[in-house]
Design a binder for this molecule. Structure first.
Ligand SMILES: Cc1cc2nc3c(=O)[nH]c(=O)nc-3n(C[C@H](O)[C@H](O)[C@H](O)COP(=O)(O)OP(=O)(O)OC[C@H]3O[C@@H](n4cnc5c(N)ncnc54)[C@H](O)[C@@H]3O)c2cc1C
Length: 663
């Protein structure tokens, strides 16, 4: 079983009141002499919103940037999937928003498990992001009068989410990509598409480069730099079925972990309440229906069990159930926030109803998301303007168009509701970073979803894009200079050093090992089984017993992977199965980390729900006395359990209290 050790972690949080920390930091920060910037190389791995914005900014500042991604173009990074929007404290709606309020909502939404200083900085720079993106030409939705429009997302009582229809991520990425392309044109950024980082190279205790696989030729290549930044996204695909893009993986992050970077709070995994329910066992992907739909959609199940039974049998349709027989359970349980409670709360409430037998589809694992009231109030045109592409996406997958009238009861029109159910969506945990976004390996930085920094135990909707772009445009470009300021005196690191040769050989040996297993099972079949274990034992509801069983089952399955895997083809040329095998190897490591962290945290908070620790009303029960810390896990070697190191949390501006979304 995992052990604990006491080790001092310096998170480099500046002195002073929380609202002044970032200003003070910037005032005392060391800048790199412009002449020296020309000598300094920075590797940025990833071209999602975090990576592309960081690479573009560092290039513009004068550093030489080597930017890597798996896809054939940065524009295809997983970030394009983001639908609903991005938060900022602009207060354009004059509804009482402020930097403090965004900060407060984010800390509360994260169930008081985020680092206060980081979140304040995030709220401060949120407004700059909107200005930056508007300047790039991002077509945010506007009001009739020309002002940028806003909508509401969960966990907030103000409207602060900026959006571009249901394609916000795509539009933001196009903006970042245009800045990146300008730097490519200027010769400051060199792009390496269809390259996968397989390892980080450490020389004298510092990150000095990477080993990357050219995914087209299959060749391993060495790259050196003065600093390495990973922006490689989250580990949600460890669960096999998730809303993440199929290519999302945690190989880069896990390799950094194996080389000494701590992995923080891995058990904080977000399960999103509004996804299209699982249809059967042939699926490899789940589809998100954006949280923005909860602005106008109302979530319900029948009040009567007999109605639910008929829905499950297919002898009754949702639109045939009259108003008085519907249970809008979120509005009932959380009157102050209603359908806009945070995701962890909404997901658990859906599970609770379905566990009690009120599920509305043939598997009993679905609830309704209904637009009848808002279409009747606002008209279908307004609703289509807001969510048109999401309605079309839903229709394409389910053959049901949520804007179609289905019934009329007592003069009220009822439209076909969507069916939704919670699914794995986002990972709050990730590589541990200090206030400067530097990992526990000097010279190695982590930004965007792949770090753990700002969301505590639960991320609020529209805050991932905010964090990714804050890290990439406004935080890392400052903080990395503190490190790089010392680097100008170093000669360029040669990739002929023995450390590079050893790292490349280790990767090559590993590829050979996987190809030589020559067993009988495909990568996907084992991955799917891992996903089942994760969902069952490390999913929405966890228990100590279940977690121990889960770890045991993962270990057994990993043996199967090591002895009975079949990877066709060879190391040369394109071999997607081989790449997937590497990813799966690392999902095992990550899966066990999630379970160890969940087992060590004897409390419920945010996305981590231990069934033993809940209130009488079924709400998460935190234990601030014993678990008010960031759980950092240190690698101890293959086959050995990781060790836990604790970074205590310190709050000075916000009073830590029980979350309340009822009043
Ligand atoms: C369906 C969906 C909708 C969402 N909607 C919203 C929303 O409305 N608002 C919001 O705030 N958030 C939303 N999110 C979350 C948000 O999209 C992500 O958290 C965010 O885009 C992550 O950005 P990133 O730059 O950190 O990583 P990613 O976009 O995942 O990019 C990772 C990059 O790293 C590269 N990479 C990965 N591994 C390697 C490797 N080993 N070597 C080389 N390159 C590598 C990839 O090629 C890619 O370029 C949504 C998520 C999903 C799944």
């Amino acid at each position: 079983m995992a052990t604990e050790q006491v080790k001092k972690i310096d998170s480099k949080i500046p002195e002073g009141p929380v609202a002044e920390k970032w200003t003070n930091y910037k005032a005392h920060q060391r800048l790199v002499n412009p002449k020296n910037k020309l000598k300094l190389d920075v590797i940025v791995v990833g071209t999602g919103l975090a990576g592309a914005s960081a690479a573009a900014s560092l290039g513009e500042m004068g550093f030489n940037v080597l930017n890597f991604c798996i896809q054939d173009s940065p524009r295809r990074a997983h970030s394009i999937a983001a639908q609903g929007g991005i938060n900022a404290a602009k207060n354009y709606q004059n509804d009482g928003d402020s930097v403090y309020r965004l900060f407060y909502d984010t800390v509360k939404g994260g169930d008081y498990r985020a680092r206060e200083a980081n979140v304040y900085r995030l709220a401060e720079v949120s407004n700059n992001i909107i200005d930056q993106c508007v300047a790039q030409g991002v077509p945010f939705a506007r009001e009739y009068g020309g002002m940028l429009a806003n909508r509401s997302f969960g966990g907030a009582q103000v409207s602060r989410t900026f959006y571009a229809k249901g394609q916000t991520g795509q539009q933001l990425l196009l903006g970042a990509y245009s800045s990146l392309s300008a730097q490519v044109q200027a010769g400051k950024v060199k792009l390496f598409t269809r390259y996968e980082m397989e390892d980080v190279v450490i020389v004298d205790g510092r990150a000095r480069g990477i080993i990357a696989k050219n995914l087209v030729t299959g060749k391993l290549e060495r790259f050196s730099a003065n600093a390495v930044v990973i922006a490689t996204g989250g580990y949600g695909n460890a669960y096999f079925l998730s809303t993440n893009a199929m290519g999302c993986n945690c190989t880069a992050a896990v390799q950094c972990y194996r080389k000494g970077a701590y992995m923080a709070n891995p058990s904080y995994v977000q399960i999103h309440p509004t996804c299209i329910p699982v249809h059967g066992d042939k699926q490899s992907k789940l589809t998100l229906m954006s949280e923005s739909l909860r602005n106008d959609g109302r979530i319900w199940v029948p009040k009567k069990l007999e109605d639910a039974k008929k829905l499950q049998e297919g002898t009754l349709q949702g639109w045939e159930i009259p108003e008085e027989d519907r249970d809008y359970y979120l509005e009932r349980r959380y009157p102050a926030f209603g359908n806009l409670v945070p995701r962890d709360v909404a997901s658990r409430a859906a599970k609770e109803r379905c566990d009690k037998g009120f599920g509305v589809n043939n598997t009993g694992l679905a609830v309704f998301l209904d637009f009848s009231e808002s279409i009747n109030r606002l008209g279908i045109d307004v609703i289509m303007q807001r969510y048109g592409n999401l309605f079309e996406m839903y229709e394409e997958i389910t053959d049901v168009f949520p804007g179609d009238v289905a019934n009329e009861i007592n003069g009220v029109k009822y439209y076909k509701p969507m069916m939704i159910y919670p699914a794995i969506h986002y990972t709050m945990g990730g590589v541990w970073v200090d206030y400067e976004l530097q990992t526990s390996i000097p010279g190695l930085f982590a930004i965007g979803e792949c770090n753990f920094s700002d969301h505590g135990a639960n991320r609020l909707g529209a805050s991932a894009l905010m964090q990714g772009l804050a890290d990439g445009y406004f935080v890392l470009p400052y903080t990395i200079q503190n490190y790089l300021a010392d680097q100008a005196i170093w000669p360029r690191i040669s990739t002929d050093l023995p450390e590079f040769a050893a790292a490349e050989k280790a990767v090559d040996d590993e590829l050979t090992r996987l190809l030589n297993i020559k067993g009988k099972r495909s990568v996907d079949s084992i991955h799917k089984e891992l996903g089942h274990i994760m969902w069952e034992y490390v999913g929405m509801g966890r228990t100590a017993e279940g977690l121990k069983t889960g770890i045991q089952k993962m270990k057994e399955l990993q043996k199967e992977f090591d002895t009975n895997l079949f990877v066709p083809g060879s190391k040369e040329g394109l071999n997607v199965e081989l790449d997937k095998a590497i990813h799966l190897r690392d999902f095992f490591t990550m899966g066990e980390l999630v379970a160890h962290d969940a087992l060590s945290r004897n409390e419920s908070c945010g996305g981590h729900f231990r069934e033993e620790y809940q209130t009488e009303e079924g709400e998460a029960k935190r234990d601030d006395k014993n678990y008010f810390y960031v759980g950092c896990w240190e690698y101890q070697g293959e086959g050995k359990d990781p060790e836990l190191i604790k970074e205590p949390l310190e709050y000075e501006a916000i009073k830590v209290q029980t979350r309340n979304y009822k009043n």
